[in-house]
Design a binder for this molecule. Structure first.
Ligand SMILES: Cc1ncc(COP(=O)(O)O)c(C=O)c1O
Length: 381
């Protein structure tokens, strides 16, 4: 049996149509997008075309999109850039206990610089409460960062409510939309978000490329110093083939958004049905109303997740115990800790299954049966 890849929240295989566009760009577009000669202008056109597709996909203006090397850089740029730009107005920053490390550790860094960082707790489904945010919001709050959809449990946060709450306040609102981008309809015209980060490799695009949306009128202090690329907001020669690939990946996911959502929901149902048929005891971690369709986090009472992951890997099913950065380490997930309490059984016996393009119902059924056998073997030990 070929191994079954159910770890698309860690990264996705590149879409062949994206690869075609990139191969073409690598072969034919050799110039530097900042050069004024014809080779440079050809490269610039590729960059401009991708920027236009991306801007349209979230209801933004082209000049509000800045290319980055991905989610981590975008989150660092947004948080450090905004905190430094606004420090005369206050030092208070609010974020959540369930952010990806790209936000979490950047906040720790900002705290080490003297910023005062407050963390919003989440309920057992991984959601923050607006009442809690209202309580924590102060006149000197300069930045609020709340992720769109969680990478480990898939819970979607009340982004519209947060954005509207903060619109009349001086605090900038940043959201990490790295996991949400491919399966949630995001519109920055409707939802007054100031800063949004995204990466290509979660949506069938290339790795090492992404973008940050910076609302018109918001200025950030640059973290990297160098050339004047991206309207002086992100120094460094643009990666033209990767930008072309990102543009194509965004175009493809936006074109097929309803079909993708329906496909992942179908895969999710089929997997759970298979587990039920095999009499496995499990509980779904996350929010049953507000969740990313591609992420399914399951608690299997009585199992040890490290042993389970190894068993599944040997049996040809690739899943994960949390975010890729924490998988492989014995550190329990900070997301599950925040939801269930430090040391709770859910933090030791849960795994993440994530769906993506190209999976067949047979593969899902087969994976479900292998998971069931492995779980039942561990439980009966
Ligand atoms: C929610 C979230 N934010 C940020 C990142 C980091 O993105 P990148 O891998 O492009 O640096 C990830 C990647 O796992 C993520 O899931």
């Amino acid at each position: 049996m070929d191994p079954i890849y159910l770890d698309h929240a860690a990264t996705t295989p590149i879409d062949p149509k994206v690869l075609d566009v990139m191969t073409e760009a690598y072969k034919k577009v050799i110039g530097n997008a900042s050069s004024i000669h014809s080779f440079g202008r050809a490269a610039r056109k590729v960059v401009d075309d991708a920027r236009s597709v991306i801007a349209r996909s979230i209801g933004a203006r082209e000049r509000e999109i800045v290319f980055t090397s991905g989610g981590t850089e975008g989150d660092n740029m947004a948080l450090i850039g905004a905190a430094l730009a606004r420090r005369k107005n206050g030092k208070h920053i609010i974020t959540t206990r369930v952010e990806h490390h790209a936000v979490f550790r950047t906040c720790e860094y900002l705290a080490s610089l003297g910023f005062d960082v407050d963390y919003l707790n989440v309920d057992r489904t991984g959601r923050i409460s607006i009442a809690d945010l209202k309580k924590k919001l102060r006149d000197d709050t300069i930045l609020v960062s709340v992720m769109y959809g969680n990478n480990e449990v898939g819970t979607i946060q009340p982004i519209r409510e947060i954005a509207h709450l903060l619109a009349p306040h001086q605090a900038l609102f940043h959201t990490d939309a790295v996991q949400a981008f491919g399966t949630v309809d995001i519109d920055v015209k409707d939802t007054p978000i100031d800063l949004l980060t995204m990466t290509g490799h979660k949506i069938g695009g290339p790795k090492g490329i992404g973008f940050i949306y910076i609302r018109d009128g918001v200025s950030l202090v640059s973290v990297a110093h160098g050339g004047d690329q991206e309207r002086k907001r992100r120094a460094g020669t643009q990666n033209v083939p990767a930008i072309a690939g990102l543009g194509k990946a965004v175009e493809l996911v936006r074109e097929h958004l309803p079909e993708r959502i329906a496909a992942y929901l179908g895969e999710r149902r089929l997997l759970l049905k298979t587990l039920d048929e095999e009499h496995v005891r499990y509980q779904v971690n996350g929010n049953s109303d507000h969740f990313l369709p591609q992420v399914l986090n399951l608690y299997f009472p009585g199992t040890n997740v490290e042993t389970l992951l190894t068993k599944l890997d040997l049996a040809g099913v690739a899943v994960s115990s949390g975010s890729a950065c924490t998988a492989g380490s014995v550190e329990p997930s900070h997301v599950l800790n925040a939801m269930f309490g430090n040391g709770a059984p859910e933090t030791k016996s849960s795994l993440r299954i994530s769906f993506g393009r190209g999976l067949t119902p047979d593969q899902i059924r087969q994976a479900g049966k292998i998971i069931a056998t492995s779980v039942n073997e561990l439980v009966s030990l």
